[in-house]
Design a binder for this molecule. Structure first.
Ligand code: PLP
Length: 245
């Protein structure tokens, strides 16, 4: 009996996830059409935090290529349980003492916001002969206490990282505050894009502006219109869940 219920729930949630994904992809396509961009150039990161690995595995059959987790422990726990090759994105705040647990697992760290963290990543990446791709997290709005650097602190960090052999900056990331009306976040995404462009013509080999990671369930459409090419969508795919757990 219990087992039956579980099966039924799983069926329903898979149908639900499929519909959600179709809608998100459709929205991405439409936003790209509006700005004359190829939607193939947008990376959709399915944010799987708090989602059971069984559900995540099932959902991968809908062509999910990239998954995002915000906690180191969850990457560690799920890493061997995910059955298909996917790219792993660490999107949440990263403490220096935990870099060692994920350095061999993740493909892109979105949340680098200090030289000390970059240094630790460099050291641990060197230890396993890897060049770790990272994004620098910016905090444009400063409205809420969120992680991320201010614009004026960015050049110094870039200069410091330019001397690190095993870290490669691939772009920028931000998390806008939650606004009921996502239009209110538009200026933040614009500002990010400006900064991204400013940094695009730099002389450092290991600083490449390839990715602009911005936009979550509530605001990914606006983010794409303003130039995001990585969007991180959790709720919009897997449904609402309690993130405080
Ligand atoms: C949880 C999270 C997301 C996804 O948020 P949703 O609103 O569920 O789409 C994106 N980015 C980061 C950094 C997150 O922690």
């Amino acid at each position: 009996m219990v087992k039956d219920t579980l099966m039924i729930d799983k069926e329903i949630s898979m149908e639900y996830i499929k519909e959600n994904l179709d809608l998100v992809r459709e929205n991405i396509k439409k936003a790209c059409d509006r700005i004359n961009k190829d939607s193939d150039d947008i990376v959709l990161v399915a944010v799987t935090k708090t989602i059971d690995e069984m559900i995540v595995n099932e959902s991968l059959k809908y062509d999910i290529t990239d998954i995002g987790e915000n906690k180191v422990q969850e990457v560690q726990r799920k890493y061997d349980l995910i059955e298909k090759p996917v790219k792993w994105h660490l999107i949440g705040h990263l403490q220096r003492n935990k870099v060692k647990y994920i350095i061999d697992k993740v493909d892109l760290i979105h949340s680098v916001d200090s030289e000390r963290l970059a240094e630790e990543i460099n050291k641990k990446a060197m230890g396993i002969n890897k060049v770790m791709d990272i994004l620098i997290q910016l905090n444009i709005s400063k409205e809420e206490t969120k992680f991320g650097l201010e614009r004026k602190e960015l050049d110094e960090l870039i200069l410091a990282i330019s001397k690190m052999s095993n870290v490669r900056v691939r772009g920028l990331m931000t998390m806008a505050p939650y606004y009921e009306n996502p239009e209110e976040a538009r200026w933040i995404f614009k500002k990010m894009k400006e900064t991204f462009e400013e940094l695009s013509n730099n002389d450092y080999n290991n600083i490449q502006m390839d990715y602009l990671s911005m936009g979550m369930t509530n605001d990914y459409i606006v983010a794409i219109e303003e130039g995001a090419n990585i969007v991180r969508v959790g709720t919009g795919i897997y449904g609402a869940r309690d993130y405080s757990k």
